[in-house]
Structures are given as C-alpha cells and as structure tokens.
Design a protein around this ligand. Structure first.
Ligand code: ZN
Length: 412
C-alpha cells in the first residue's frame, strides 16, 4: 500500500517567499523534499486554479473561467467572491449559492473527474478542508439551514458550512484578518491526522493570499507564519516532523503568485459586456476582432487574445503577433486553454505591470497585491514534493502525480 498523501495549498504563496523562508515546518519540508518552480493556469485566479489542481485539467476542460463571468445559458453574471461588494452587486444570495454550491454542482464540467472521485473510485478515502473545488461521490447536508445537499469526498469540511464529521473545531467566524480560516483548517486537520482518517487530504490555507492582497507580495510574513503553524499542527498531531513524513507523502504548492499593484482601472467597451477582476478580464460580444481592437492603447491592458478560425490571435498595443505570448510562462498553451473554455468571453485580456481591474463592486487592491494575469509574477508557483517523485511543472500535473503514487502502491 502507498503512504497516504497530504496536499497542502497555500493560496497566493510566491516561489520567492517559500524559498527564503526560515519558518520551521515549511523549512523542514523544503529540506526533505524535491522543489521546483511550476506554472499556474490563466487566468491565474483561485477558482480557476483550484479547479485545475482538483481535476488535473485546464479551464478548457473543467469550464471554470474566472472569478466573474457571464453565464450564457442562464443569461446572468456569476461572481465567486472577488470582494464582498462584488458579490453584493451580482446578488448576495445568488453569489453565495454560486460559490458554495453551483461551482461544483453545475459549473464544473461533468466530463472531468476530480481527484476525490478518481481516488475514491479505487476504494480510497479522500478528505478536503476548505478547498472550493470539492465535488465527490458522497452526499453532505449543510450545517446551516437553507443550503442544499452537495456531493464531496467522504470527509468534507467547508468553512463550517458543510462538515462530514464532528471534530470539535470552533465554528468559523468569517474574520480573515485574525487568521481564523487557517486555524479552523488546523483544528480539523489535527483531528483527521490523529484518527488516521484519510488516504488523501487536501489542506487548503487561504489566509496568506488575503494578507498578501492587503499588504503586497513578499511582505506578509505574519500570515505565512500562520500557514506554517497550520502545517506544524499536522506534524504535531502525527508525533513530530519525522513521524509526519514517515506516515505521509506530501505535495506543497500554491495556486498562483501575486504582483504589486498601484493603479486601478475600469474597462468598458460600448455594446459589449466586460467581466474583469484582479488582473484578468474577459469581453463577451459578437465581433472578437473589433472588441480586441477596442482595447488597443488602453494602458492597463498588456495583451489581448481571441480566437479567429480556431487559431489564437494575440495583440499588444495594436501589434498582432502570436509570439507576444512567448514572453509569458507557457503563454500560448495557457491562452489557448482560457479561450477554449465555453464559459469564457470571446476576448480575454491580461493586465499590464502595476495595474489591476476593478471588480463589479468597484473593489481593488491598489497599494497591495493582486494576480490573474499571464505574467510570470502572477503565474509562477512553488511546487514541492516529499515521497512523490519529481514535482510537476504545472499545477495541471498535481492530480496525475498523486494518482500515480497510489497506482504504484496498489500494483506492488
Ligand atoms: Zn487572491
């Protein structure tokens, strides 16, 4: 049998922050594992990235396109939580339902399997804490009335709203400034490790990204300390760092990077619908070439992409050349996968250095950090494996790395 696997996702953690860390739990994993820099999806935004981590597929296959997008079938906007103001602008009740339920139950393509579905179909037990892509084979009732039954892995813990087991974890008070989300994860994680309650655990820690948005990348050391403490809590529950690695294989990564932003920008094109948030935007309309040309000369927009005769076209400041995309990590492939998503706009644009697009509620992080673009600073992620062989070069390879680990153990 293969050792169980713990997948630790620290939202928004840049490679440079992890590489320089002297925090004890993270440093211990770095010193005992194999590390590389890897690449995220485009847009490099959490719902898109976490769907790719969970399914091993790009947005062309999993169909989650952005934080905010136009649902053509239902003729309405979907907002997964760019900011509270953005969700309120899109409709608060609908926004909560889209983020908590519809992302998994409706929007995530049924043509791809999540890692929980794939592993549990072979008889393993999967557990997920707080990750927004949780679709699985087991029905879970909401703790809070008014939300429907959802499907998740056998053990599912989602922000105190869905809990498959009573762990004694404190009810999650939504005050992220005090780091309560990672502390909740740590409490549930300790409970699971103490009981040996899984073959595969996703341990999703979002506090770092929240702090990095507010302060800017590279300076949220206090928040990274909380992430480290949450990892340390799992080690302590296993009997210490050595005992933890004796029992578990580990993959640690982030979903995307972050870039300093100074200037908010609002993009509007007459006669078309623009959905933008953080450092990526999409345009829905009939004539992609004309819509893309309408963004020529817009200082906040670095590159604009659309499909013409099934080929990707890239423009920058009026120049048209597919080689523009070669300046970004895996630029051509990531742009193509973003455009082939049936829920994406006809045109997708990526932000220029220092710029961020305001969300539906006018929210932005100017003076702090943001992400979403094709640029390396938003796209490069740390990728560390312990006991799982070579780390994958892209977050799309995480599922395969873990599934292969269990398949190798089963055939022994
Ligand atoms: Zn973020």
């Amino acid at each position: 049998m293969s050792r169980p696997v713990v997948l630790i996702v620290i939202d928004g953690l840049t490679p440079a922050m992890l590489e320089a860390t002297d925090l004890p739990a993270l440093r211990y994993l770095l010193d005992n594992g194999t590390y590389r820099r890897a690449v995220s999806t485009f847009p490099s935004l959490t719902p898109v990235c976490l769907a790719s981590i969970a399914t091993g597929a790009g947005p062309d296959e999993h169909h989650i396109p952005h934080l905010v997008w136009w649902n053509r079938a239902e003729q309405r906007l979907v907002e997964y939580g760019s900011s509270f103001g953005a969700v309120r602008a899109a409709g608060l009740a609908q926004g909560i339902r889209d983020t908590m339920v519809n992302l998994n139950e409706v929007h995530l393509s049924s043509d791809v399997d999540t890692i929980y579905e794939t592993l549990e179909d072979t008889g393993l037990t999967a557990a997920a804490i707080n990750i927004t892509t949780y679709r699985g084979r087991t029905q879970h009732r909401a703790v809070i009335p008014g939300l429907p039954v959802i499907s998740g892995p056998k053990r599912l813990f989602f922000f105190s709203v869905y809990e498959s087991d009573r762990t004694g974890a404190p009810i999650l008070i939504p005050n992220r400034n005090q780091g309560s989300v990672d502390a909740y994860a740590a409490s549930v994680g300790k409970w699971l490790v103490t009981r040996d309650g899984f073959d595969f655990l996703v341990y999703y820690l979002p506090d770092y990204d929240f702090a990095s948005h507010a302060k800017g990348p590279g300076v949220a050391h206090e928040a990274l300390g909380r992430s480290d403490a949450a990892v340390q809590a799992l080690m302590d529950a296993a009997g210490g760092p050595d005992a933890f690695l004796d029992r578990y294989a580990v993959l640690l990564c982030s979903d995307h990077g972050q870039t300093s932003v100074t200037t908010p920008a609002k993009i509007e094109i007459p006669g078309a619908l623009v959905t933008a948030s953080n450092r990526a935007g999409m345009v829905y309309g009939d004539d992609p070439r004309a819509l893309a040309c309408a963004l020529d000369g817009e200082p906040s927009v670095e590159a604009v992409m659309f499909l013409e005769n099934s080929e990707v076209v890239a423009r920058r400041n009026g120049d048209e050349d597919i080689a523009i995309l070669d300046e970004y990590p895996d630029g051509r492939d990531r742009a193509r996968r973003a455009l082939l998503n049936p829920n994406a706009g006809e045109v997708i644009f990526t932000a220029a250095d220092g710029y961020e697009f305001v969300d539906l509620g006018g929210g932005h992080h100017a003076g702090g950090g943001s992400h979403g673009s094709l640029a390396a600073s938003d796209s490069d992620v740390p990728m560390l494996t312990v006991g799982l062989g070579e780390p994958p070069a892209s977050i799309l390879g995480i599922k395969e790395t873990i599934v292969r680990h269990f398949a190798a153990g089963a055939s022994k």
